[in-house]
Design a protein around this ligand. Structure first.
Ligand code: PBG
Length: 332
């Protein structure tokens, strides 16, 4: 705590709030386009674009994603985080399509790198878009999600993503030991320069609801993810998760969801000082939309306030489905 000698009436904090200019002068945190990572849900031509709970966000074809990447570079966005919408025919018990260079992620990565080579693209590592049961890992006969076998599959998936052009792989699966294993697998395959953004502190959250619709997992998912994602009541455990991932070679750390977990953003940033990313997840976007459509508040104002609060809490970057929109608001 700093030592404040001032007291009223000598000190009047309202002096620095009296005009736009002075408020801007003393603002401690700011959002700029380079802080924002656009969340992108990919789709095949012919699959539906609309995501009912997330009005204003559409699934994008490979061509549309490449166009968006080009606009994102021009707008100075930090990057794009890609996720695939898959149908039942892309799913099996082994999540085999995760290792296919011609899957939606692979085709999108190549198209983006061709059209917008400077775009930073982040690929989600987890099997849930590809498993018939909708879990992030492989399932044993008794229904448990198998840790070590899943880690092997994740390594293959991460190498596949690297081979198709992803700059950053982002394991979102919450298996133990996967960051170190993925680092080794990438290095052995010659991808020493592909970075790992670890979903280090990821909670089992109701706020992922719209995402599961968005990627086609909702109908598929059997049970819940609480045997591998964290309990929302736990903070100390989140720091242990982060510590392990730092030790295993994570380049950047993520906290997810965002707004309800800002305490963890602050703690993780304070403790490790690594680039720290917060994810404004699908349910957060959906809440902002629904509340603004109900007349509760202005969408743009609430969005920009939430993004600023992520920065104040210590986030270096924010994944949001409204990145391009927010960047426009910042530059207009
Ligand atoms: C899956 C994954 C999820 C999200 C990103 N990767 C959902 C989940 O864990 O079930 C959530 C994204 C969002 O809600 O916007 N590994």
């Amino acid at each position: 705590m700093k030592n404040y000698h001032g007291s009223f009436p000598l000190t009047r904090l309202r002096r620095l709030r009296k005009s736009n200019g002075i408020r801007s002068l003393v603002r401690e945190s700011r959002v700029s386009p380079s802080d924002l990572i656009q969340g992108v849900i990919l789709r095949e031509e012919g699959d539906p674009a609309a995501i009912p709970a997330m009005r204003g966000v559409e699934r994008l074809t490979v061509t549309e994603a490449a166009d968006l990447a080009e606009r994102a570079v021009k707008a100075g966005l930090g990057g794009l985080a890609l996720f695939p919408y898959t149908s039942a025919s892309d799913r099996d018990a082994a999540g085999s399509r995760a290792f296919d260079h011609e899957n939606l992620m692979g085709r999108a990565a190549r198209a983006i790198k061709q059209q917008a080579p400077e775009a930073v693209i982040i690929g989600d590592v987890a099997l849930d878009p590809y498993t018939d049961h909708g879990h992030d890992g492989l399932m044993g006969e008794d229904g448990t999600i198998l840790n070590d076998q899943t880690v092997e599959a994740l390594c293959r998936q991460a190498v596949t993503l690297a081979q198709t052009g992803f700059d950053v792989v982002a394991p979102s699966d919450m298996m133990d030991g996967r960051v170190g294993a993925i680092r080794q697998a990438l290095d052995r395959a010659g991808f020493e320069d592909v970075a790992i953004l670890s979903y280090a502190v990821k909670y089992a959250s109701a706020f992922y609801g719209p995402y599961r619709d968005a990627v086609g997992s909702r109908g598929a998912l059997k049970g819940d993810k609480r045997t591998y994602q964290m309990d929302p009541g736990n903070a100390e455990e989140g720091l242990r998760e982060a510590a392990l991932d730092v030790g295993e070679g994570a380049d950047m750390l993520m906290v997810k969801p965002g707004l309800a977990y800002l305490d963890m953003v602050t703690r993780v940033k304070d403790q490790w000082g690594l680039p720290t990313v917060a994810f404004q997840v699908s349910g957060e976007y959906a809440m902002l939309r629904a509340a603004s459509e109900a007349g509760a508040f202005d969408f743009d104002a609430a969005l920009m306030e939430a993004l600023l609060c992520f920065k104040r809490a210590g986030a270096d970057a924010i994944i949001t489905y409204a990145a391009e929109h927010a960047a426009k608001l910042l530059t207009d």
